[in-house]
Design a protein around this ligand. Structure first.
Ligand code: 13P
Length: 333
């Protein structure tokens, strides 16, 4: 058993309380490899932003849970080396689907876990979430739960259709489970294809898809029911069209990829939404940079020569999100 406090990590409690009060959101960035982690830490150290490092079940399979945990421990030291005196770094399990998985992460040094029972019947979601909360809270590990269903594909999580969170359920759910934060469904979805073309309109000038707006009315209802309670938005990549274009003009094929416009995320970050999950945008930044180098220099075979530029591109992306979208810069001096 390792407690996250011994690793220099923090849970989400204080981060979220400050974010709700301050009208900003904490970035929750997924990582699967060293370059992503380096980029996240560099961007957060340079902007002094608190951060949630997310490990999904796909990341555990790809990179190994043990390795990822030691990488997160190393990240705290790396942050200090970069001159960030008091790094606020949380290590979070993204989309845990069983009690056993959440327990294993708590026992292994994670400071926060998500139990995603959103695909279960309501009472089963409550029972599972409560069981995880009771275990995790013994070690001061915070727990995120989910109500409502997000569409899209994220590693092992696949849902064809979304169902908005029902505001009339949130008080009962939060009270009976004791969860520390709640992910809700208001129209975001996982992946780079968040909307089907028929759900969007097309910009007549660019021909690009314009997605439908998020259901802010649902968010407002939830906020009224649970004032000051930390709300989480999954599936919040914006799918920057410049990356999609670089990928498509350098041998890739991402037709009609579309995300959540940043102005909507900015608006959400000012509300009770205090954690915004971003994974796909980092994958796009990485892929765009790698494709560009390899297309321009077909003789290149040193991974550092294409992973290095990919890492630089991700630093730019993360800083942009922190400063221009979430407003979390300077909140962890
Ligand atoms: P995106 O696919 O929009 O980046 O969402 C990631 C996410 O919600 C991780 O849980």
């Amino acid at each position: 058993m390792v407690n996250y406090k011994d690793l220099g990590l923090v849970n989400t409690r204080e981060m979220f309380a400050k974010a709700v009060d301050g009208g900003y959101a904490i970035p929750a960035f997924n990582f699967n490899n060293m370059e992503q982690l380096q980029a996240i830490i560099k961007a957060c150290a340079e902007t002094k932003s608190p951060v949630i490092l997310q490990v999904s079940s796909g990341a555990r399979k790809y990179a190994n849970q043990t390795l990822l945990r030691y990488m997160a421990e190393g990240a705290v030291e790396y942050a200090k080396e970069l001159g960030w005196e008091h790094p606020q770094i949380c290590l979070h399990l993204d989309h845990g689907d069983t009690f056993e998985l959440c327990k294993s992460c708590v026992d292994f040094g994670f400071s926060s876990v998500m139990i995603d029972g959103s695909s279960l019947p309501y009472e089963e979601n409550i029972a599972l979430t409560k069981k995880v909360v009771e275990y995790a809270h013994q070690y001061d590990v915070t727990v995120e739960a989910e109500l409502g269903v997000l569409a899209g594909v994220e590693d092992d999580v696949v849902a064809e259709e979304s169902h908005y969170t029902k505001p009339e359920e949130v008080i009962d759910f939060a009270t009976r489970t004791g969860c520390d934060s709640l992910a809700i469904s208001i129209g975001t979805s996982h992946g780079a294809y968040k909307f089907k073309p028929e759900q969007c309109t097309r910009d007549p000038k660019t021909g690009k898809l314009v997605p439908p707006p998020l259901a802010f009315n649902v968010l407002e209802e939830v906020e009224k029911k649970l004032p000051g309670f930390p709300i989480v938005l999954h599936g919040s990549s914006s799918v920057p069209q410049e990356y999609v274009d670089i990928i498509n003009t350098h041998g890739g094929n991402l037709p009609d990829a579309v995300g959540i416009p940043e102005d909507q995320l900015r608006k959400a970050a000012k509300s009770a939404v205090c954690k915004i999950n971003i994974d796909s945008d980092s994958r796009l930044a990485f892929t765009a940079a790698v494709r560009k180098v390899l297309a321009e220099k077909p003789g290149e075979f040193d991974p550092r020569k294409y992973c290095g530029p990919a890492r630089d591109e991700m630093v730019k992306l993360y800083k942009h999100k922190i400063i221009e979208v979430l407003g979390s810069d300077g909140k962890a001096e």
